[in-house]
Design a protein around this ligand. Structure first.
Ligand code: GLU
Length: 311
C-alpha cells in the first residue's frame, strides 16, 4: 500500500500542502517518498529513500501551483532513491499506488521503442506508456486513456504533464478521493489524506479518469465518455488517522490489535449482524473474500474456517 496526493492550486505554491498531505498519508507506506512540482512547463522532482521527513532537505527548491507526492511501501524493487516515486518519462510524471501485473511485457515493448528504464518498479512503465501515447496523439487525456486501457493490475494514479497546468487522476481497483478546497483541488489515496479545508469530496468509482485544472473538474470512463462527478460534503473529524502518541503507525496497529478485534466483534454482535451474516453465508453457494495488504492475509487466514464450516 502506498499513498498518493496531488494538488492543483488556483494560485500560490502547492508543494508545502503536498508535503503536509504526505505526512498524513505516512501510515500507508514509509520506505521512501517523493514530490514533483510543475512550474513554467518544467517538472522538477525530489525523491528519497526513507520517511517523508527525508524530503525536507530537497523540496525547498520545488515550486509550482501544481504538485504531487508519494509515500511508498515497495512491491516491485527495493526501497531506494531511484525506485521512489514520482517516475518521469519525457513530459510525463506519475505517482502510483497498486501493482501492474503486465509491467514486464510493457517495459520490453517500450524499450524496443527507445525508452530506457531507471528503476526496478512496475510503476515506471506507466509513465513511459503515457508519454508514448502522448507523443503519438498530442492529446493528454486520450494518451492517459490509451495507456490505462493497456494496464493489468490495480492502480490509483496521479499524472502530471509538462504541457498541462493541472492533474489527471485515474482509479482502478485501488482507492482514491478527490477533495475540493476553496483554494484548489486535491487528488488523494483516501479521505484522511485530505486537509480539513477540503469540505467536499468526489469518490471516483473503478474505471474513472478525473481531470482537473483547479477550477474545472471532469470525470470520464476509460473510453472517455463523461461521467457524473458527484460531490458530497464531508466532516473530517471522523476520518482522521493519527499516530495517537506512538512513534509510528506500525507500532500503533500492533498495540491496538487486541482492542480493535474486540471492538469489531462487539459491534457486530451488538447489532445482531453476526447472526444475519451466518444465515446468509450458510446458504451461499460460493464465498468470495476480498482484501488488500493485511486484509488480504486476514482473508487467507479465515479461508480454512469457512471451508471447514461449509464441508
Ligand atoms: N508497485 C509500486 C511500487 O512498488 C507501488 C507500490 C504500492 O502501491 O504499494 O513502487
Amino acid at each position: 500500500m502506498c499513498g498518493i496526493i496531488g494538488l492543483v492550486k488556483r494560485q500560490g505554491d502547492a508543494v508545502g500542502d503536498v508535503y503536509e498531505g504526505l505526512k498524513r498519508l505516512e501510515y500507508r507506506g514509509y520506505d521512501s517518498a517523493g514530490i514533483a512540482s510543475l512550474s513554467g512547463g518544467a517538472i522538477d522532482v525530489f525523491k528519497r529513500k526513507g520517511g517523508v521527513d527525508s524530503l525536507l532537505g530537497g523540496i525547498g527548491n520545488l515550486r509550482g501551483r501544481v504538485a504531487m507526492g508519494h509515500t511508498r511501501w515497495a512491491t516491485h524493487g527495493e526501497p531506494s532513491d531511484v525506485n521512489a516515486h514520482p517516475h518521469v518519462a519525457g513530459k510525463i510524471a506519475i505517482v502510483h499506488n497498486g501493482i501492474i501485473e503486465n509491467h514486464r511485457a510493457l517495459t520490453k515493448e517500450l524499450e524496443s521503442g527507445g525508452y530506457a528504464f531507471l528503476s526496478d518498479t512496475d510503476s515506471e512503465a506507466i509513465a513511459a506508456l503515457i508519454d508514448f501515447y502522448y507523443r503519438e496523439s498530442g492529446d493528454l487525456l486520450r494518451a492517459v486513456a490509451s495507456a490505462v486501457n493497456r494496464l493489468q493490475g490495480s492502480f490509483s494514479l496521479c499524472v502530471m504533464c509538462a504541457d498541462f497546468e493541472g492533474l489527471i487522476a485515474v482509479r482502478y481497483k485501488s482507492s482514491q478521493a478527490i477533495g475540493f478546497a476553496p483554494y484548489g483541488v486535491f487528488v488523494a489515496s483516501d479521505i484522511p489524506a485530505l486537509p480539513p479545508s477540503s469540505r467536499e469530496i468526489f469518490l471516483p468509482d473503478d474505471g474513472t479518469i478525473t481531470l482537473t485544472d483547479g477550477l474545472k473538474t471532469q470525470a470520464y470512463d476509460f473510453s472517455l465518455n463523461p461521467k457524473k462527478c458527484v460531490r458530497r460534503a464531508i466532516s473530517h473529524g471522523q476520518w482522521s488517522a493519527d499516530k495517537g502518541g506512538y512513534p509510528h503507525f506500525m507500532l500503533k496497529e500492533i498495540e491496538e490489535a487486541e482492542r480493535t478485534v474486540k471492538d469489531t466483534v462487539d459491534g457486530i454482535t451488538r447489532c445482531g449482524c453476526m447472526k444475519k451474516c451466518a444465515e446468509i453465508l450458510g446458504g451461499a453457494r460460493d464465498i468470495i473474500i476480498t482484501g488488500c495488504g493485511t486484509a488480504y492475509n486476514s482473508g487467507l487466514a479465515a479461508l480454512p474456517y469457512f471451508e471447514h464450516v461449509g464441508a
